[in-house]
Design a protein around this ligand. Structure first.
Ligand code: IPE
Ligand code: MG
Length: 232
């Protein structure tokens, strides 16, 4: 979700207005994803690098997360949404940590859309934390070094048990991952859309999904049709 600040600036408003509008678009997108039957939707809400923003903006973003969970958790639960949170919980304010824990615990049994909130999340940090844990297990003799493979590492990431993303959409025209799901994105299709996050309406969402449908996914293999041509 990128472009809240620019959306506000284009209207001569403070960045905080863009973030507010961005939360509305989060609500709408979660609803749309549920209606479309998408299994898992991950939203990059706050990165481990976003702490570098001015303190007022950081406070504002923390406040919006709290507001979102307090206001929307009951409805998400009613809609059978299961909430997961990825990112480091260490050093978060106790009220934020409490709300994130509550969102996960309360919706644990739900079987609808998996909504993953990436908060205080950085892909490198996530991998480093998993490696540290594995190193401790190896040092203690609980895991043999030659047992460490991509499945074992994947199971130690915050996203353990969740599917790798098929599609990653970034709004606002920037074309980079910015530390998002680095490990999990290995075979994800990347779609970069020019619209700013507060303008990412249902039509924009459907446009990105249509682009995804046009992609040819081979996962390192060769298309059956191309094989047939080669052997024929
Ligand atoms: C995305 O919008 C919101 C967050 C990641 C918190 P930005 O705040 O990055 O908006 P721009 O990039 O400055 O326009
Ligand atoms: Mg940005």
């Amino acid at each position: 979700m990128d472009g809240n600040g620019r959306w506000a600036q284009q209207r001569g408003l403070a960045r905080s207005f863009g973030h507010r509008k961005g939360v509305e678009m989060v609500r709408q997108t979660v609803r749309t994803a549920g209606e479309m039957g998408i299994g898992c939707l991950t939203l990059f809400a706050f990165s481990s690098e976003n702490w570098r923003r001015p303190p007022e903006e950081v406070t504002d973003l923390m406040g919006l997360l709290k507001l979102f969970i307090r206001r929307d958790l009951a409805e998400l639960h009613r809609e059978n949404v299961r909430v997961h949170v990825v990112g480091s919980r260490k050093n978060l304010a106790p009220d934020i940590k409490g709300l994130l824990d509550e969102a996960e615990t309360r919706t644990r049994e739900n079987t609808g859309l998996n909504l993953v909130i990436a908060f205080n999340y950085g892909g490198r940090d996530e991998i480093a934390r998993a490696v540290r844990e594995i190193a401790e297990d190896v040092a203690a003799g609980r895991v043999a070094a030659d047992e460490v493979d991509d499945a074992l590492l994947g199971a130690r990431l915050d996203t353990a048990g969740l599917p790798d993303p098929d599609l990653i959409i970034r709004t606002s025209g920037e074309q980079r991952l910015s530390n998002f799901l680095l490990w999990q994105a290995a075979y994800a299709e990347l779609v970069f859309v020019p619209c700013l996050w507060p303008d990412f309406d249902r039509a924009a969402f459907e446009g990105a999904l249509a682009e995804f449908d046009r992609r040819d996914r081979r996962f390192g293999a060769v298309d059956d049709a191309d094989l047939a041509v080669g052997s024929g």
